[in-house]
Design a protein around this ligand. Structure first.
Ligand SMILES: [Zn+2]
Length: 100
């Protein structure tokens, strides 16, 4: 399910500040668990760990995610931009029922 090579950091998080309501979607590669992370708290948490939060790439967030999946206990994350808080931005109908 990886869309980018593992060493591709992806677009810097600061870019997504231009997209109102955008966040990062954290996806477990082993099961169906996913979770949306708000952009600004995420950048702050990365900064607090001594990283350059705004310049962390969206794909790199997966690497910096320390926790295990609450569903399957795996620690195999993938991250991608999340525009789901903007209806229709992900190409799904506005009334589409998500799996979670
Ligand atoms: Zn999982």
């Amino acid at each position: 399910m990886a869309y980018f090579a593992d060493d591709d950091p992806g677009i810097p998080l600061s870019h997504y500040r231009e997209h109102e309501g955008a966040g990062v979607l954290l996806i477990c590669r082993r099961c169906t668990y996913d979770r949306s992370i708000d952009l600004e708290p995420l950048i702050e948490r990365l900064n607090a760990r001594g990283l350059d939060g705004p310049n962390v790439g969206v794909n790199e967030v997966a690497r910096y995610t320390l926790g295990n999946c609450p569903e399957c206990r795996a620690r195999s994350w993938e991250t991608r931009p999340d525009f789901r808080s903007r209806p229709g931005q992900d190409g799904l109908p506005l009334d589409f029922k998500r799996r979670r």
